[in-house]
Design a protein around this ligand. Structure first.
Ligand SMILES: [Zn+2]
Length: 339
């Protein structure tokens, strides 16, 4: 299997602690995650690791708004100029507008951080080139299956499925999964996304909400109780041309394989009825019990991969997965089904 990863992902390696559950914790989405994956998949047969070519930045417009891309590109430099922060400083939103109150579109970078983010993620000096490198891996993997490959895997970090057309959040800045799917759709293909990350793929849903050429399916922990809270419910089915082309399959907290498997089978049935020529898997493995929302175990991941593999060319995009041993067990388990 072709595996794409770009060394520039290291340029985004946050160090400032996050407040979570009332205490300050070290950041979970760090450069070490890609190293952990690379060393774990070394045991698989026929893995060929490649560096993707540079991205054609025009491709980002398939998914994101131009003003958002412009903001992400310059935000850190503008924030340093406005605040005197050091190069290693991490720019984080601390103010958001009052809903419904009239005002002007903000010009100060601190205010724009509150418009363009829906979370507390930082922008670092290297966030833009790192996010570009992850997007390049996603497009390269899409290109590989478009050219006749059976499956290709992109180690994308920062991850992408919580990034919407004009907002970042949930560790995500550019939506790598949406980009792979939109790139294939732009070549005239019918494409389905199955998002198996433990959190609802809200950014991906937003990208394709009113589009009928890309099916989006997400299986995740109940959003009444889990991030991203505001979406991921079954009644969200898409709008306009996309009506019926969005499917959310939330599961109760702590669900293991007996509850997960029927949802996954339902997702695959939806992909089949949609007539998808290509499948894009948003491979979050934070469904593992160690990561605390759902409760899959090491042994379940090869079964998850086997259920997703239906002979359809498949692009696998890395999303979440954090705790000790989670990436190491789950990623090779899923990929083994596509060897
Ligand atoms: Zn997640």
């Amino acid at each position: 299997m072709l595996v794409y990863v770009h060394p520039d992902h290291r340029l985004h390696d946050p160090t400032e602690p996050h407040r979570f559950g009332g205490v300050l914790l070290p950041p979970a989405e760090t450069a070490a995650r890609a190293d952990r994956i690379l060393s774990a998949i070394g045991s698989l047969e026929a893995v060929e690791v490649r560096r993707p070519p540079s991205l054609d930045e025009q491709d980002l417009l398939l998914v994101h708004q131009p003003h958002y891309l412009e903001f992400l590109r310059d935000a850190h430099a503008r924030w340093r100029a406005a605040t005197g922060a050091p190069a290693e400083g991490e720019a984080v939103a601390y103010i958001r507008p009052i809903p419904g109150l009239p005002g002007r579109p903000p010009t100060h970078v601190d205010a724009q951080l509150g418009i363009y983010s829906n979370d507390v993620d930082p922008i670092l000096e290297g966030t833009w080139p790192a996010a570009l490198s992850a997007a390049a891996s996603a497009v390269a993997a899409a290109g590989a299956v478009h050219d006749g490959g059976k499956a290709a895997y992109a180690i994308c970090r920062p991850p992408g499925h919580h990034a919407a057309p004009a907002t970042f959040g949930g560790y995500c800045y550019l939506n790598n999964t949406a980009l792979a799917a939109a790139w294939l759709a732009s070549r005239g293909a019918r494409v389905a996304i199955v998002d198996v990350d433990t959190h609802h793929g809200n950014g991906t849903q937003a990208v394709f909400w009113d589009r009928g050429d890309v099916l989006t399916v997400s299986i995740h922990g109940d959003p009444e109780l889990h991030f991203p809270f505001f979406s991921g419910f079954p009644e969200e089915r898409g709008a306009a041309a996309g009506r019926g082309a969005n499917l959310n399959l939330p599961l109760p907290s702590g669900s293991g394989w007996p509850a997960y498997r029927p949802a996954l089978e339902k997702a695959v049935e939806a992909v089949d009825s949609f007539g998808a020529e290509f499948l894009v898997v948003a491979l979050g493995v934070d469904t593992h019990a160690t990561d605390g929302v759902l409760a899959l175990t090491d042994e379940d991941y090869p079964l998850l991969g086997q259920t997703l593999w239906t002979g359809r060319p498949t692009v696998i995009i890395q999303e979440g997965g954090y705790g000790p041993g989670v990436l190491e067990a789950a990623v090779p388990g899923v990929l083994s089904a596509f060897e």
